[in-house]
Ligand binder design. Structure first.
Ligand code: BGC
Length: 434
């Protein structure tokens, strides 16, 4: 970790932490099932065989968790609203209580309206799901809009499409490869309809949380460059271009269902902020006729690219390379690509999986990434906030409880919370920024 003082961020910069409903809430008996409940119930889907039925039991312990947020001194808390819970009797009451508790603690609530836990009877391959999403969003904003000023529509439609619908390693477990693209289009349409619903209800500060990372060609060989370009379209531009430019990258729109031009007008509704989840870059080369690996996920041999290891870098316990300068590169690259069309950026997730309470590796990771973010600010990128993933160790999707991303340790036998060294480091960083 660098020992020189952390540079100051602009006044009004928003410091926070993120979580998501399915990963922390538990209380699965008090909500309708989601696609994740069905997926988790299938043997072999989740590596440690666990479920999120109880998770961190945040549903019952939210007061304790808000006290942890207050102790940390964050300005804002990004959580997600569970659509299956809102569909259940009393479901919205929970978010009502949570928002009240946050406001009383002086922490700004920043809800994400969809973080992968689709109601089990819905399907992103169906266009109608986008309209159902807008109805659900209207119900949420009607109830919480008097106290919530900042809204995020979707979390990472790229991962939800790729892992859930193309590769089948996440719920709903489909392996459609490129036939998964309609799921991406319908999520983007859902986003645009939700923006309209939020604006109709008077909401002023609206964004989305997309995952992005620089794509590095494995070599200068034209075949590697072409493969990297393809990957960049798939993971970065497929989701950012329609939102920010009102069009799909060349060749993609033709693969989407419905009246794409009309839908793009909805998808490109102006945003107040653009959320970026950053974890690591990808090194990508031409296909090699064999499986490759992407962040612990097996990629089939038949894809038009192969993901290569990033060498000479420390790895997190998840095996992800630690590349802080990738965040600077990503943000300056986005500014260059999208120019005035890029709204102010907020880093809606950044974090790492490491074991232990004295988590010096996490401190080093976060310290280096916050500095890298500051370099983007110095380079003129309009960045307004930074949220650590995550407040709590939680249900890490197909990895179960085996990956610990929290600033706060959770003992999954007793649900006891214990702040880690990184919690104190972040608290001190925020104090020094005030
Ligand atoms: C997701 C989180 C997840 C984190 C770490 C992000 O892709 O939004 O839900 O826990 O990465 O894998």
């Amino acid at each position: 970790m660098a020992t020189d003082a952390m540079p100051r961020f602009p006044d009004g910069f928003l410091w926070g932490v993120s979580t998501s409903a399915h990963q922390i809430e538990g209380a699965a008996d008090l909500r309708e099932p989601s696609v994740w409940d069905a997926f988790t119930a299938e043997p072999g889907r989740v590596k440690d065989g666990s479920t999120a039925a109880v998770a961190c039991d945040h549903y019952h312990r939210y007061r304790e968790d808000v006290a942890l947020l207050a102790g940390l001194g964050v300005d804002a808390y990004r959580f997600s609203v569970s659509w299956p819970r809102v569909n259940s009797p009393g479901g919205l009451d929970f978010y009502d209580r949570l928002v009240d508790e946050l406001c009383a603690a002086g922490v700004r609530p920043v809800p994400t309206l969809f973080h992968w836990d689709l109601p089990a009877d819905l399907d992103w391959l169906e266009r109608d799901t986008a309209y159902r999403f807008a109805e659900y969003v209207s119900a949420v904003v009607r109830r919480l809009g008097d106290r919530v000023g900042t809204w995020l529509t979707l979390n990472e439609p790229a991962e939800h499409t790729l892992l859930g619908h193309a590769l089948g390693t996440h719920a709903p477990g489909r392996e459609l490869l490129f036939d998964a693209l309609p799921a991406a289009h319908h999520q983007l349409l859902a986003h645009g309809l939700a923006v309209r619903a939020l604006r109709a209800a008077g909401a002023g500060d609206i964004g989305i949380a997309n995952s992005h990372g620089p794509t590095w060609p494995a070599s200068d060989d034209p075949a590697d460059r072409e493969a990297a370009e393809f990957y960049d379209v798939l993971l970065n531009r497929l989701f950012a271009d329609p939102l920010l430019l009102g069009r799909y990258p060349d060749g993609v729109g033709e693969l989407m269902p419905g009246d794409v031009d009309a839908d793009l007008k909805v998808i490109a509704e102006p945003l107040d902020r653009y959320g970026v989840n950053y974890y690591a870059p990808a090194r990508v080369g031409a296909p090699r006729g064999a499986e490759s690996e992407w962040g612990g996920v097996r990629l089939p041999a038949g894809l038009p690219f192969s993901v290569r290891p990033i060498e000479d870098r420390p790895l997190t316990d998840f095996g992800w390379p630690v590349v802080p300068e990738g965040l600077t590169e990503l943000l300056t690259g986005f500014r260059d690509r999208y120019g005035d069309r890029l709204p102010p950026v907020v880093i809606t997730e950044n974090g790492c999986s490491y074991e232990g309470l004295d988590d010096q590796d996490r401190i080093a990771y976060l310290d280096a990434h916050v500095r890298a973010l500051h370099r983007a600010v110095e380079a003129g990128v309009d960045v307004r906030g930074y949220f650590v993933w995550s407040l709590l160790d939680n249900f890490e999707w197909a990895e179960g409880y085996a990956r610990r991303f929290g600033l706060v340790h959770v003992d999954f036998a007793t649900r006891t919370r214990t702040p880690k060294a990184s919690y104190r480091w972040y608290r001190d960083l925020l104090r020094a920024q005030r």
